[in-house]
Design a protein around this ligand. Structure first.
Ligand code: SAM
Length: 354
């Protein structure tokens, strides 16, 4: 199952991302005889085989449904089993375009963590590019290695290594990964607690021909300070720190209410109040059912509009943008920042033979 090749139909052994709700996407490997159980229904793997990726699947006994999605790095990052904090798409996509990661780029990444960013790098650099990923925590390294094989990230080589102490060099680089026996990285991404201690080891593994870009991902500003100092000491230039602060931007229509409507609304409240009092009185006195007539002061035009006396709400469901009302376009942003997880420190290295 590959993250950078698409296929149409689901086969046994394939990875499917079951979209259960906006908040829940569950990765599963299709196996005959197994079943996905959710509170929205039960979904047999046998029935998934032969279905098209993207299709809706109904639950057993016609109860509930899910969508069977093809894996992508973006969906993987919101559904993967977390072994660490991860880099999400708002950051990874920005880093990728800023460092010009493209088909054929040779990336060096440390640490691998849960492999969220590794999948995005692997897909972007494609079959021509290479990703060299390093992880010093053995269980995480083994888990990621297994996952990269299962996901057919053939362009990715993971190494079990403490890069801060032992650097990035690899003895006997597999032939399909080596360039004249070297790593020759064009882009470096460091998501480590102390990236400044790894920077001095980079000169042995970066390209000697191309301009090299680096991004260090650090949650606090003291780490950024130390990283900048190490970058300067090691000859990196154009150092800039960026913070991604993505927010949801909502564009919608707001009903235009004029003074006439406001006055009418107040009059209506008043008249309903007095009718209510009268009504209660008549019930009390006569002990009989309500017998007052609705006072309707609306103009013919208003009645035609169907809005009755009150265009503002209660009792009347108004569809946003309904052509019989006046609307203006408004925008609203969320105050809460969704995406800031770290500061991104960028820099470049120009090799002397460039
Ligand atoms: N970027 C990853 C992702 O998107 O899934 C998450 C990386 S996680 C925050 C940091 C990882 O760096 C951890 O798994 C940790 O074990 C690893 N790490 C920390 N220090 C390291 C070192 N000196 N050498 C290699 N890996 C290291």
């Amino acid at each position: 199952m590959s993250f950078y090749k698409y296929k149409d139909y689901i086969e046994e052994g394939d990875l499917v991302l079951a979209f259960i709700s906006r908040q829940t996407i569950k990765p599963l490997t299709v196996k005959k005889g197994e079943q996905l159980n959710t509170r929205y229904g039960h979904f047999q793997h046998d029935r998934m085989i032969g279905m098209k990726y993207g299709e809706q699947m109904g639950g057993a006994r016609g109860y509930g449904f899910i969508y069977l999605l093809h894996p992508t790095p973006e969906l993987w990052s919101i559904s993967l089993p977390h072994r660490t904090q991860i880099v999400y798409t708002p950051d990874s996509s920005y880093i990728m375009q800023r460092l010009n990661v493209t088909s054929g780029t040779r990336v060096i990444e440390a640490g691998t963590g849960s492999g969220s960013f590794t999948h995005a790098f692997a897909r972007t650099v494609g079959p021509e590019g290479r990703v060299f990923s390093y992880e010093f925590h053995e269980p995480r390294y083994l888990e990621a290695k297994k996952e990269f094989v299962e996901h057919e990230l053939q362009n990715t080589l993971i190494t079990h290594r403490d890069v801060c102490n032992d650097g990035f060099e690899i003895n006997n680089i597999p032939e399909e990964f080596s360039q004249d026996g070297l790593i020759n990285g064009d882009v470096i991404f460091l998501d480590l607690p102390a990236p400044w201690t790894a920077i001095e080891h980079l000169d042995k593994v970066i390209s000697k021909k191309n301009r090299v870009g680096i991004c260090c991902f650090s949650p606090c500003i003291e780490q950024v300070d130390k990283t900048i100092k190490a970058l300067q000491d090691n000859g990196w230039i154009n150092i800039q720190m960026t913070e991604i602060a993505g927010r949801r931007w909502e564009a919608r229509k707001d009903m235009v209410k004029d003074l006439k409507d406001v006055v009418k609304r107040l009059k209506d409240i008043q008249s309903r109040k007095s009718q209510g009092i009268e009504n209660r009185r008549s019930i009390k006195v006569a002990g009989e059912k309500r017998d007052f007539e609705e006072v309707d002061n609306d103009s013919e035009e208003d009645q035609l509009k169907g809005k009755g006396f009150n265009p503002f709400g209660k009792g009347t469901r108004i569809k946003e943008g309904d052509e019989i009302y006046d609307w203006r376009n408004v925008t609203k942003i969320e105050t809460e920042i969704k995406t800031h997880t770290s500061y991104l420190t960028f820099a470049y290295f120009i090799p002397s033979d460039n």
